[in-house]
Ligand binder design. Structure first.
Ligand code: HEC
Length: 238
């Protein structure tokens, strides 16, 4: 027992001798058993850095850097088209849906409504929009039955589908609605690259045309916004 006490006292003296008392200041580098990432090779924002010759920690962008918009470009800028491959050029119709101050209508230069664009649009609409707007765009998607989502816009209503309606939303406005959202609908610009937003718009127009054609086939004067069209009908009618 005596030896145990002695060993404990010696042990305590050894620890205090090596590490000092609490609050004790050392001139030597402290022994750190767990450094806890206290010191890191990084630059704090707005602070100096001895790493760079001019001592400035926050660096300017490298010369020739292009601003990137919501999407990662599809190709390096020297190989690709700066607009179509996803570099934002402020003010371009492709990236804003606007021509000057007004919404444009129709596809931007370089995009043609063909089978590959429509099937891309169909696929993207199925991924991003159908959950709320329904596969046919009638606003009866699965989520329309939950929470405060109802009513989800029925994209076959005249303000969306009939270009002679005073409230009509042209293609450029649809682009903006997808990009930044509107009212209770969230923004999808961060998830859907600009070219895919246009493909979705082309496909929404195809769905609307399918409803109009179904109405014309039935001899109805006004298309029935609740008519159910299948995505395949939309593609067949183009
Ligand atoms: C989470 C559900 C949800 C998703 C996903 C969604 N929407 Fe919507 N959308 C809504 C709701 C709800 C409204 C009605 C907004 C309101 O008027 O408050 C709406 C409205 C709209 C409108 C009409 C806006 C106006 O001018 O009144 C358009 C066009 C539209 N959505 C297109 C799309 C497209 C295209 C997609 C896919 C990229 C999409 N939405 C994805 C819920 C959704």
């Amino acid at each position: 027992m005596r030896y145990l006490f002695l060993a404990m006292i010696l042990g305590a003296l050894l620890v205090v001798g090596m590490f000092g008392l609490r609050g004790h200041k050392f001139s030597e580098t402290p022994v750190e058993i767990f450094p806890d990432m206290d010191r890191q090779d990084r630059v704090n924002a707005q602070s100096r850095s001895g790493f760079f010759a001019d001592g400035v920690g926050s660096r300017e962008p490298v010369a020739g850097v292009l601003p990137m918009g919501f999407s990662i470009p599809d190709a390096p800028v020297e190989d690709g088209d700066p607009v179509l491959d996803g570099f934002s050029l402020p003010g371009s119709y492709f990236n804003s849906g606007r021509i000057g101050e007004h919404y444009g209508d129709g596809m931007p230069d370089g995009l043609t409504v063909d089978e590959s664009l429509l099937s891309r649009g169909k696929e993207r609409f199925g991924i991003y929009c159908a959950i709320c707007h329904g596969a046919s765009g009638d606003g009866e998607g699965t989520l329309a039955n939950f929470g405060n989502m109802r009513p989800v816009a029925n994209l076959h209503m005249p303000q969306f589908a009939d270009s002679s309606n005073p409230q009509y939303r042209p293609d450029g406005e649809l682009f903006e609605i997808i990009t930044i959202g509107r009212a209770r609908m969230g923004a999808y610009g961060g998830a859907i690259p600009a070219a895919d937003r246009w493909a979705i718009i082309a496909y929404v127009r195809a769905l609307q045309n399918a409803v109009k054609k179904a109405a014309a086939d039935k001899g109805a004067a006004e298309p029935e916004p609740d008519a159910d069209v299948s995505p395949q009908q939309a593609l067949n009618n183009q």
